[in-house]
Write a protein that binds this ligand. Sequence first.
Ligand code: PLP
Length: 399
Amino acid sequence: MDEASTCQNNNGQDRTALNNTIEFYKHALNDHDRQEVLQVLHSLFLTTGAWVTEFEKAFAHYLNARYAVGVMSCTHALELCLRYFGIGAGDEVITTPLSFVATANAIEYVGAKPVFVDVEATTGNINVNLIEQAITKKTKAIIPVHLYGYMVDMQALRKLADAYNLIIIEDAAHCVEGVRDGIRVGQLAEAACFSFYATKNITSGEGGAITTNDTAMHAWLLQARSHGLSSNAAQRYTKKYEHYDQTFLGMKCNMSNIQAGLLLHQLERIEELWQERKSLWDYYERYLSGIQKPGFGNADKHAYHLYTLWAQDEQNRDALLADLYELNMRTAVHYNPIHLMSYYKNKYGYKRGDFPHAEAIGHTTITLPFYTKLTDQERHAIMRLLMSKDVYGKFTSNT
Ligand SMILES: *Cc1c(COP(=O)(O)O)cnc(C)c1O
């Protein structure tokens, strides 16, 4: 009897709480990463300097991009890109309601209006076929999100954007590693934005980056992340004194050497980490094939960032969140739709029913612990918990 059927036999047994809490996420930092940060701490420049430059080169190389720019967060990255293209008051930017609020907030920060387009019922990604009818004379850009690590159809999106002369800024917070139709993240867009927030595939606690192939944009971003100054602190310090100038109003969101030091070796291990998450994904799939969840079709390579399942309805989903917490397993929700957040409801008058597929997913979805540090014991314990009858029964079955 294989493991899967052993677990199936637990169906109907009473659930028992785990002895030790299974955390929602644990980072995969190792001694190599810690040593690198220690070197930064013993060096002169804690802020933007040699480590950041090295990380940017390696990150751009990994993504087949010409340039990468390190910043404080993906939120800053998105805002900087919108500012570079002069997007602001009176402009509209099309994006998905099924994402973290940061995606839409960046559009708000520059004074533009986020225009939501409903998602595909299976993948949860923005439905490219519905975008055209949302385009107006005010539309300037599209921000697609590669939800959970599954890439949006960038070829179709590029074609549409070209037809209407629109900019594409990818929110690739979930998807550093993804490939679709042979295309990497960022390759068909003006820019792609990444997050190294605490729970992302590679992390510096807080952090982000932008990739672009545009030389002028790259030069602007380097200045714009530091107020719009003509040189950064390390550049100023290591050369004969020259006065700096501020040529435009930038932001203050430059990546530090401490963050870059943490990221450097994680980036070297990124394929190894991906492989480990893939095995975990396949393990979950073996047990959970009977439960409905997003369907991923055409990607050459899924980034395997978040593993989600669909409950029968909102009530059952919320019961699962509470029950699993009580049973000592930590879960999360990705995402309660942005248009139903009070801020967006109040400002734009959105209501339930406006984006039915985003709502159907957002109101029934639950995210499992999914990370390389999960021990074999924990993986098995998670499956046992989910297979216990009153837990399993709250999910939507495939049959
Ligand atoms: C995490 C996340 C962000 C924000 O990233 P920060 O680095 O925390 O600003 C944006 N979009 C998506 C889809 C995310 O998951």
